[in-house]
Unconditional design. Structure first.
Length: 168
Protein backbone atom coordinates (compact mmCIF):
# COMPACT_ATOMS: atom_id res chain seq x y z
CA UNK A 1 0.00 0.00 0.00
CA UNK A 2 1.23 3.43 -0.89
CA UNK A 3 0.47 6.38 1.31
CA UNK A 4 1.16 9.02 -1.34
CA UNK A 5 -1.50 11.72 -1.44
CA UNK A 6 -1.69 14.42 -4.10
CA UNK A 7 -4.48 16.91 -4.67
CA UNK A 8 -4.93 19.08 -7.75
CA UNK A 9 -7.69 21.61 -8.47
CA UNK A 10 -8.35 23.00 -11.99
CA UNK A 11 -10.91 25.53 -13.10
CA UNK A 12 -12.90 24.60 -16.20
CA UNK A 13 -13.53 27.29 -18.78
CA UNK A 14 -17.26 28.11 -18.99
CA UNK A 15 -18.89 27.89 -22.40
CA UNK A 16 -20.10 30.98 -24.21
CA UNK A 17 -23.67 29.64 -24.22
CA UNK A 18 -23.54 29.20 -20.45
CA UNK A 19 -22.24 32.73 -19.94
CA UNK A 20 -24.95 34.11 -22.23
CA UNK A 21 -27.78 32.29 -20.42
CA UNK A 22 -26.45 33.35 -17.03
CA UNK A 23 -26.39 37.05 -17.99
CA UNK A 24 -29.70 36.76 -19.85
CA UNK A 25 -31.49 35.21 -16.86
CA UNK A 26 -30.04 37.78 -14.44
CA UNK A 27 -31.22 40.63 -16.68
CA UNK A 28 -34.69 39.03 -16.94
CA UNK A 29 -34.80 38.67 -13.14
CA UNK A 30 -34.04 42.36 -12.70
CA UNK A 31 -36.61 43.39 -15.33
CA UNK A 32 -39.35 41.19 -13.87
CA UNK A 33 -38.54 42.40 -10.34
CA UNK A 34 -38.87 46.02 -11.43
CA UNK A 35 -42.12 45.15 -13.22
CA UNK A 36 -43.42 43.57 -10.01
CA UNK A 37 -42.55 46.69 -8.03
CA UNK A 38 -44.33 48.91 -10.55
CA UNK A 39 -47.49 46.84 -11.17
CA UNK A 40 -47.32 44.34 -8.31
CA UNK A 41 -50.43 45.60 -6.59
CA UNK A 42 -52.48 45.27 -9.79
CA UNK A 43 -51.17 41.83 -10.84
CA UNK A 44 -49.99 39.90 -7.76
CA UNK A 45 -49.26 36.72 -9.76
CA UNK A 46 -46.40 38.50 -11.57
CA UNK A 47 -44.11 37.53 -8.64
CA UNK A 48 -43.74 34.11 -10.29
CA UNK A 49 -41.64 35.44 -13.20
CA UNK A 50 -38.74 36.95 -11.19
CA UNK A 51 -38.67 33.93 -8.89
CA UNK A 52 -38.46 31.48 -11.80
CA UNK A 53 -35.79 33.46 -13.66
CA UNK A 54 -33.81 33.92 -10.44
CA UNK A 55 -33.86 30.19 -9.74
CA UNK A 56 -32.88 29.53 -13.36
CA UNK A 57 -29.94 31.94 -13.07
CA UNK A 58 -28.82 30.17 -9.88
CA UNK A 59 -28.79 26.75 -11.54
CA UNK A 60 -27.10 28.00 -14.71
CA UNK A 61 -24.41 29.57 -12.50
CA UNK A 62 -23.97 26.26 -10.65
CA UNK A 63 -23.32 24.39 -13.90
CA UNK A 64 -21.11 27.01 -15.57
CA UNK A 65 -18.81 27.77 -12.62
CA UNK A 66 -17.04 24.38 -12.52
CA UNK A 67 -13.82 23.18 -11.00
CA UNK A 68 -12.42 19.66 -11.12
CA UNK A 69 -10.43 18.25 -8.23
CA UNK A 70 -8.12 15.31 -8.79
CA UNK A 71 -7.18 13.29 -5.70
CA UNK A 72 -4.55 10.60 -5.92
CA UNK A 73 -4.35 8.15 -3.04
CA UNK A 74 -3.41 4.49 -2.87
CA UNK A 75 -3.12 3.84 -6.64
CA UNK A 76 -6.50 5.46 -7.30
CA UNK A 77 -7.35 8.71 -9.03
CA UNK A 78 -10.61 10.26 -7.83
CA UNK A 79 -12.22 13.05 -9.84
CA UNK A 80 -14.63 15.39 -8.05
CA UNK A 81 -16.69 18.16 -9.63
CA UNK A 82 -17.00 21.35 -7.57
CA UNK A 83 -19.93 23.50 -8.68
CA UNK A 84 -19.84 27.23 -7.87
CA UNK A 85 -17.39 26.56 -5.00
CA UNK A 86 -20.28 25.33 -2.88
CA UNK A 87 -21.34 21.86 -3.97
CA UNK A 88 -19.03 18.87 -4.48
CA UNK A 89 -19.91 15.75 -6.40
CA UNK A 90 -17.77 12.66 -6.93
CA UNK A 91 -17.66 12.04 -10.65
CA UNK A 92 -15.39 9.02 -11.07
CA UNK A 93 -12.75 6.81 -9.50
CA UNK A 94 -10.00 5.34 -11.66
CA UNK A 95 -7.58 2.61 -10.62
CA UNK A 96 -4.02 2.78 -11.95
CA UNK A 97 -4.09 -0.99 -12.41
CA UNK A 98 -6.85 -0.73 -15.04
CA UNK A 99 -5.40 2.32 -16.79
CA UNK A 100 -3.84 1.62 -20.17
CA UNK A 101 -1.88 4.82 -20.73
CA UNK A 102 -1.58 8.41 -19.49
CA UNK A 103 0.28 10.79 -21.78
CA UNK A 104 0.19 14.43 -22.93
CA UNK A 105 -2.59 15.06 -25.41
CA UNK A 106 -0.20 15.54 -28.37
CA UNK A 107 2.29 12.85 -27.39
CA UNK A 108 3.57 10.27 -29.85
CA UNK A 109 2.86 7.63 -27.20
CA UNK A 110 -0.84 7.95 -28.05
CA UNK A 111 -0.35 7.10 -31.76
CA UNK A 112 -1.45 3.49 -31.22
CA UNK A 113 -4.71 4.70 -29.65
CA UNK A 114 -5.73 7.26 -32.31
CA UNK A 115 -8.01 4.92 -34.30
CA UNK A 116 -9.70 3.48 -31.25
CA UNK A 117 -13.35 4.32 -30.75
CA UNK A 118 -13.69 5.25 -27.10
CA UNK A 119 -16.12 7.33 -25.10
CA UNK A 120 -14.48 10.70 -24.50
CA UNK A 121 -14.89 12.30 -21.07
CA UNK A 122 -13.42 15.76 -20.45
CA UNK A 123 -12.38 16.71 -16.90
CA UNK A 124 -9.84 19.28 -18.07
CA UNK A 125 -9.71 23.05 -18.25
CA UNK A 126 -11.67 22.83 -21.50
CA UNK A 127 -9.34 24.81 -23.73
CA UNK A 128 -6.03 24.40 -25.47
CA UNK A 129 -3.35 26.63 -24.00
CA UNK A 130 0.20 27.15 -25.21
CA UNK A 131 1.92 24.92 -24.24
CA UNK A 132 -0.91 22.42 -23.96
CA UNK A 133 -0.63 20.71 -20.56
CA UNK A 134 -3.68 18.47 -20.88
CA UNK A 135 -3.25 14.71 -20.62
CA UNK A 136 -5.20 11.82 -22.10
CA UNK A 137 -5.86 8.64 -20.15
CA UNK A 138 -7.22 5.52 -21.82
CA UNK A 139 -9.02 3.45 -19.23
CA UNK A 140 -10.11 -0.17 -19.71
CA UNK A 141 -10.22 0.21 -23.49
CA UNK A 142 -13.57 1.97 -23.56
CA UNK A 143 -12.93 5.41 -22.09
CA UNK A 144 -10.75 8.30 -23.18
CA UNK A 145 -10.42 10.72 -20.28
CA UNK A 146 -8.94 14.19 -20.76
CA UNK A 147 -7.32 15.67 -17.64
CA UNK A 148 -5.29 18.74 -16.67
CA UNK A 149 -3.13 17.35 -13.86
CA UNK A 150 -0.33 19.16 -12.08
CA UNK A 151 3.29 18.14 -12.61
CA UNK A 152 3.38 16.69 -9.10
CA UNK A 153 0.38 14.46 -9.79
CA UNK A 154 1.91 13.16 -13.03
CA UNK A 155 5.21 12.52 -11.25
CA UNK A 156 3.55 10.50 -8.49
CA UNK A 157 1.49 8.48 -10.96
CA UNK A 158 4.59 7.85 -13.03
CA UNK A 159 6.40 6.52 -9.96
CA UNK A 160 3.56 4.07 -9.33
CA UNK A 161 3.06 2.98 -12.97
CA UNK A 162 6.22 3.83 -14.94
CA UNK A 163 5.27 1.84 -18.04
CA UNK A 164 1.85 3.42 -18.34
CA UNK A 165 2.48 7.08 -17.53
CA UNK A 166 4.48 9.36 -19.82
CA UNK A 167 5.38 12.96 -19.07
CA UNK A 168 6.61 13.95 -22.55
Amino acid sequence: MSDTYVECLVKAKPSMIGKFFKVFLIVLTVIFSLAFIVVGTLLPFIIIAPVLTGVGAYFVNMFTDLEYEYLYLDRELVVDKVMAKSKRKRVATYSLDRMEILAPIKSYHLDNFKNRSAKEIDYSIGEELQPDKRFVMYYEGGQKIILSPSEELVKVMRNMAPRKVFAE
